[in-house]
Ligand binder design. Structure first.
Ligand code: GRF
Length: 194
């Protein structure tokens, strides 16, 4: 299964997927990293795993449609089947959604629909919620909306700081994203088909 991963920043989710031997053995092929920030740390991570990189900056285009069209032109010859968003800090428009309907997956560090949008971990921490979590979902035209694939809770411990809670949320993200991709691979490989 050929995928492109989209990321804008640190890229710990990207790396959790890229380094997984289990996923590679199950047939995952990461054909491309699409990154909209030329200095993002995720670029170094992609280099480490010899994954091709497409740096594509919105400021080089007249509008978001043209920016996404350039991505589509890049993905088409690679026969990308799924797009995995991993800390991609842009709302996807109907241009890209139309080219990959039900094929774009996102990860978000809260139990959606709670704390959609930016700084979800910080806001959940400040709200004092005893339980927060992670959501993986197909995207639609909204911000952090669309059909949910998997959700997992992360319990806030009595002595948690925002940093320690955040670290556990990221750990959960990495495991969950790998599991969701593995499930998808098994489906595509026909393991789940009766
Ligand atoms: C993650 O918390 C993800 O859920 C959110 O952005 C963050 C990206 O982290 N969409 P990283 O770049 O993968 O380390």
């Amino acid at each position: 299964m050929k995928v492109a991963i989209f990321a804008s920043g640190n890229g710990s989710n990207f790396e959790a997927i890229a380094k997984s031997i289990e996923l590679r053995q199950a047939g995952l092929e990461i054909e491309l990293l699409v990154c909209d920030q030329k200095d993002a740390h995720v670029i170094q991570r992609a280099e480490k795993y010899h994954i091709p990189i497409f740096i594509n900056q919105l400021s080089d285009y007249e509008n978001r449609g043209a920016y996404e069209q350039a991505i589509i032109e890049k993905l088409k010859p690679l026969k990308i089947e799924y797009i995995l968003l991993a800390g991609y800090m842009r709302v996807v428009t109907p241009v890209l959604l139309g080219a990959y309907p039900n094929r774009i997956i996102n990860i978000h560090p809260s139990l959606l629909p709670k704390f959609s949008g930016l700084e979800a971990i910080e806001r959940a921490f400040e709200a004092g919620d005893p339980v927060t979590g992670v959501t993986i979902h197909f995207i639609d035209e909204g911000v952090d909306t669309g059909p949910i694939i998997k959700q997992e809770k992360v319990v806030r411990l009595a002595n948690d700081t925002e940093a320690s809670l955040e670290a556990r949320i990221h750990q959960t993200e990495h495991q969950m994203y790998r599991q969701v991709i593995l499930d998808l691979l098994n489906k595509t490989n026909g393991v789940d088909k009766k």
